[in-house]
Design a protein around this ligand. Sequence first.
Ligand code: NAD
Length: 431
Amino acid sequence: MAKQGIFDDAIKRLDEAFEHANIDPEALEKLKHPKAIMQVSIPVRMDDGTLRVFDGYRVQHDDTRGPTKGGIRYHPQVDLDEVKALAFWMTCKCAVVGIPYGGAKGGISVNPKELSRMELERLSRGFVQRMADFIGPDTDIPAPDVYTNPMIMGWMMDEYSKIKRIHSPGVITGKPVEIGGSLGRGDATGRGAYYCIKELEKKRGWKPEEITVAVQGFGNAGQAVAKLLHDDGYKIVAISDSQGGIYSKDGFDVPSIIKTKNDSRQVKAVYCDGALCTAVPADTVTNAELLELDVDILIPAALENVITDENAKNIKAEIIVEVANGPLSSAGDRILRDKKHLILPDILANAGGVTVSYFEWTQNKAGFYWTEEEVHQRLQAIMTREFNNVYDIMERKKIDMRTAAYAHALSRIGTAISSLGTHAFFSNGTH
Ligand code: NAD
């Protein structure tokens, strides 16, 4: 699907969920329009002395349930339409897990792999200089996303604190632990997905060693879910990153692949020129082939729209866990739904990240920090509760899991919007 129209495609899902949510139509209308959009130009002095200007975006989608929250992405494909869609998903996600936030997202159209570390720092600080009046610990709180990491969050927090002349760790989450980050934030997105899969395991009664898994995208989220599943005995038979993928029918030793990937920065090193070349027997697969492998669980953990009406009919995995945001177009989703695949939707499956970001913000506000075990326990409690809430709605209403998750989110957002009054209230006229 052309990238144009991701936001329109994303909000189509609201209409489908509306009939199951029992909320006022005004709430639905409100959610179809982002609250505020900021577009900026960020001039950066490059190491060779030249000036480059980058486009940056921040979209605040809805703040009825609390300050807006959402990551910042550095990717050449970032544009306003994509950021709007990602902000919308954040509103829904925060409502699914019941944390007191609305949704936002930001991004810079850049290939960060082409920048030096100093250029990256200047770009990140430049983004905050432009956005400082738009974000804040009680208004809009960014976090990491694709190709942004704890150090970048640290630079952004530092820049914001300098501009405001007040130490403000709560302005951003996903920071290094030493400067106000939370223990357990690093693997929280993958861990949240893992807790969902464990709940499904209980319902289905399968044995982990019998289950094969393919993971597309081997960054923060993909690595964490692959490692936790591998530790439990699941067979991770395929892994990929932007350069391509590897396949082994007997499953990989995930920790050693994580090490090789992180030392070399490419999964490719595992099969082309890394030390594991001989230690890990592997065939190569393209990213497109990985999606169509005959596995039990497919985990897209890279970018959006990788499964569309063009390849959905070839997908064999019975269960798809959307760790990436929006990996299925709505047309692709419809095809898989008709084929009775079970899809754990992104707004539930990857909500572990924002949940622990919420814990980080809470700890920053309190100035009191939790143990990693405490973070894991609280995350597991929330993910387990909301997985089962969504699963119950799916079974009770005989709808797919995505529609159930949206209905669940809409109920929470819709009642929040109605609590401030709707047409039905104001037209009644009596107190
Ligand atoms: P990341 O930058 O850590 O990793 C991204 C990975 O995807 C890298 O391994 C990269 O090589 C790979 N990749 C990039 N383009 C690819 C392509 N065309 N095909 C296959 N692989 C490709 O990013 P991340 O934080 O792990 O985010 C991954 C996804 O998870 C995104 O959709 C993001 O929005 C979503 N997500 C992340 C978080 C979080 O806390 N980091 C939270 C919720 C959702």
